[in-house]
Design a protein around this ligand. Sequence first.
Ligand SMILES: [Zn+2]
Length: 87
Amino acid sequence: MKKIQIICPICQKNKRILIPDKIFNKDEGSLLKLPIEKGEICSHQFIAVIDYNFSVRDYEIVDNDEIFQFYLEKTHKHIHTYDFSYY
Ligand SMILES: [Zn+2]
């Protein structure tokens, strides 16, 4: 598990989360778009763009629920145990 700090691009609230190492097993070298649901960090939904060194490269604000759901489902499919711990 890797520890990364997610900062909300809207309200700047931040939280550290743990993500599984195997998150990048399938396509190493590419960027991962990790959807952060409302209530996980704060009351906003957004996407954290993470590289394979587990650094957050960028954030994308997604107002469109359909697009957000698309990423959410994609991520759930990709990661078998999509189980974050927050602390
Ligand atoms: Zn926020």
